[in-house]
Design a protein around this ligand. Structure first.
Ligand SMILES: [Cu+2]
Length: 149
């Protein structure tokens, strides 16, 4: 049984069990974290809850997939990753400011993960990693990866 996590925001289902919701070109075994904007999760910044969390081991590559129908990003928070860890963001940007600027100005692809596309990152430093989908940040589309030794 593979672990699954779904990062979701917006109106609709209040569940992480969205098996069967598969992107246009993705099989359900092709990714670790599905991204959709048609399911509701509480905004962790407002509700004080932990965002949807995926657990990984050091050296493990985590694959996000846009399993929904809108564009998303995976954008690390500069202050939401462990000391000494590599910054991560779809689009390969070096920091959060650059990633947000790219999104706002639609440069270098804007970090967009389109429906059916994936983004992956290999985590080399243990700790908690918080990230956001820039276009759906206001809807609380925030996630967390916990990396352990
Ligand atoms: Cu999104």
């Amino acid at each position: 049984m593979q672990r699954r996590a779904f990062l979701a925001a917006g109106a609709g289902l209040a569940t992480t069990a969205l098996a069967g919701c598969i992107g246009p070109t993705l099989g359900s075994s092709d990714y670790d974290i599905g991204m959709q904007s048609n399911a509701f999760v509480p905004d962790p910044r407002v509700e004080g809850v932990d965002p949807p969390t995926f657990e990984a081991a050091v050296g493990e590559t985590v694959v996000w997939a846009n399993s929904g129908s809108r564009n998303h990003t995976v954008t690390g928070y500069d202050d939401g990753i462990p000391e000494g860890a590599d910054y991560f963001a779809s689009g390969g940007f070096e920091d959060e400011t650059t990633a947000r600027s790219a999104w706002e100005n639609s440069v270098d692809g804007g970090g967009i993960v389109r429906p059916g596309e994936t983004y992956e990152h290999t985590f080399e430093v243990p700790g908690d990693y918080y990230y956001v989908c820039i276009p759906h940040e206001d809807a609380g589309m925030i996630g967390k990866v916990v990396v352990s030794e």
